[in-house]
Design a protein around this ligand. Structure first.
Ligand code: ATP
Length: 539
């Protein structure tokens, strides 16, 4: 519980003033409601002759209080809605930023479907708690306390009789709390599974269709949904039982107050006004109690959500430090490196060395699974070698590869890595300041001149994953994007795998001609690529 409160305190930083205003509006509403009860009693007592004073005067107060209550409600809704959006945006920004800077090893082990569920659904639970549940917890407690105090002043015995119901409810709450928290966690896990499963299917639609897996996948979704339903049913049963007990207590309270009042009127010990006030007060005790009961599941769900979001927030970030950009002619040196993903007795790369200098094209070849992509990850300092070192140097200095030297590399990963949007916006990722001429030149070197022949040219809109162009075309746009980035070392991981031999040759000839003082490292299976290189390393 303490951890939950600490999480809420941290996450609400920057919004505490807004949350305080919402709580104050709530407190003001409570004060108005309690004053309303008092005014109601006076109006009826004056009307029935049990008290002196002006009926018009008290009626006017009653009307004004009603108007004020309605007005407060409108202000509250507006303020709550605006704060909801702001808090939601800020939580998602913080979590998303953390994810973008998380160490690669941790980030790559997360399932994006699970992460999205946490960022969307769990964040919603936290927002609901911060904006509605916590202020309501305060106002409901105040309303309960205030109404109880007035009742105590009016009729201490009735207040005590009704007051017994509360400790009974609290006694009941503990086992429910534990059970509901467990079910909430399980429900959230199930929701994550479902989102992950659907997301993976949408990403791999082609495989699903080609392997005619639609029915199987729908069955799998059905199983996961049934599992979720079972968990929700269990949670609902616990919560329904809690509602039943509390409902009995609340209704009992109302009937008690009503009969109490009727006997009081019969025995002439209380006035009509007092009985009306009793009933209003019981209502004002019941309502916050109902609210508190309703808050229970929300708070429990939010506690589970806070644990899941904390996990994302606590992922270890990379220490990027100040960027170390080496200008001019930059070379790369890999010295006797060894790397294992987990078990250090089974390294993926062992004692590997490599040199690549400015103006050189160097190839790293090896069978599949021998660690070529791992080498790129090491060069980009996404992971660190257990032994050996990787460094880059220009004429002035030599620096060890680290996240802060990443700006010196231009990387073309395997596969289609284009974003949805125009081809222009994809190219500008390489260099946001690139002008039209630079874009056209880069497309030329990458043998991607076809872009300019498209009806919309650079402004052709691509779908998710660059859909709208072929694999080979996407690869060439990705190469053009990389050529625009101002780093001294080009890392091309199977970057020509989807090109036909002629296009590949044209591209390699172009690249050799335009490489200038850049250092190029090819990861490749293609003998053709290796033929254009100055040196070949086997891994
Ligand atoms: N994130 C990871 N965690 C654990 N093992 C990994 C991870 N990524 C790769 N490996 C393992 O490391 C080995 C080398 O993988 P890598 O992707 O570097 O090979 P590669 O030479 O690039 O293969 P390919 O030519 O097929 O692309 C493989 O045995 C693979 O199973």
């Amino acid at each position: 519980m303490l951890r939950f409160l600490k999480f809420l305190t941290d996450i609400s930083r920057g919004h505490r003033k807004a949350l305080m205003v919402i709580t104050l509006i709530g407190i003001l509403s409570v004060a108005v409601s309690l004053s309303f009860v008092w005014a109601l009693k006076l109006v009826i007592d004056v009307a029935s002759g049990d008290a002196g004073g002006s009926l018009l005067h008290y009626s006017l107060i009653l009307v004004l209080l009603t108007l004020f209550r309605v007005l407060l409600n409108v202000v509250d809704v507006r303020y709550v809605n605006m704060t909801e959006v702001r808090v939601g945006n800020s939580i998602r920004q913080k979590v998303f930023a953390n994810l973008l800077y998380t160490r690669w090893t941790e980030a790559s082990s997360l399932h994006s479907g699970d992460v999205l569920t946490r960022m969307i659904k769990d964040t919603d639970d936290i927002i609901k708690t911060l904006i509605s549940a916590l202020p309501m917890l305060i106002t409901a407690t105040l309303q309960l306390g205030g109404a109880f105090l007035i009742l105590l002043l009016m009729d201490p015995l009735l207040a005590l009789v009704l007051g017994i119901a509360m400790p009974v409810l609290l006694l009941f709450s503990k086992p429910y709390y534990v059970k509901m928290r467990d079910y909430s966690r399980q429900i959230k896990e199930s929701e994550s599974f479902i989102t992950s499963m659907m997301e993976e299917n949408l990403l791999n639609q082609l495989v699903v269709r080609a392997y005619e897996r639609q029915e199987d996948e729908l069955d799998r979704l059905g199983d996961l949904q049934r599992e979720l339903q079972r968990k929700v049913e269990k949670k609902t049963t616990v919560s329904a039982w809690a509602r039943f007990v509390s409902g009995l207590a609340f209704s009992g309270g109302y009937i008690t107050a009503f009969i109490w009042g009727a006997w009081g009127i019969a025995g002439k010990t209380v006035t009509f006004g007092t009985v009306t006030a009793y009933l209003q007060l019981v209502n004002q005790i019941q309502r916050p109690l109902y609210d508190l009961m309703r808050l229970f599941p929300t708070l429990i769900s939010a506690q589970a959500a806070s644990e899941r979001l904390s996990f994302l927030k606590k992922l270890e970030s990379e220490e990027i430090g100040e960027k170390q950009f080496l200008a001019g002619r930059v070379s790369l040196r890999v010295e006797d490196i060894t790397y294992a993903y987990g078990d250090e007795s089974r390294p993926v790369i062992s004692g590997f060395s490599l040199e690549a200098g400015p103006g050189e094209m160097v190839a790293v070849m090896g069978e599949t699974g021998t660690g070529k992509t791992t080498l790129i990850r090491l060069i980009l300092a996404l992971i660190e070698p257990q032994k050996g070192s990787i460094s880059i140097r220009n004429e002035e200095r030599e620096v060890k590869a680290s996240p802060s030297t990443r700006s010196n590399f231009v990387y073309v990963p395997q596969g289609n890595t284009l974003f949805s949007g125009t081809i222009r916006s994809n190219l500008l990722i390489g260099n946001p300041d690139a002008g039209e001429e630079m874009l056209v030149d880069a497309l030329g070197v990458a043998s991607a001149g076809f872009v300019l022949e498209l009806p919309e040219g650079l402004d052709t809109v691509l779908g998710m994953g660059g859909s709208g162009v072929s694999e080979g075309q996407a690869q060439r746009i990705a190469i053009a994007r990389s050529l625009l980035r101002p780093g001294g070392i080009l890392l091309l991981d199977e970057a020509t795998s989807a090109l036909d031999i002629e296009t590949e040759k044209t591209f390699l000839t172009n690249l050799k001609k335009h490489i200038g003082s850049r250092t190029v490292l090819f990861i490749t299976h293609h003998a053709e690529v290796a033929r254009y290189c100055d040196r070949i390393y086997r891994i």
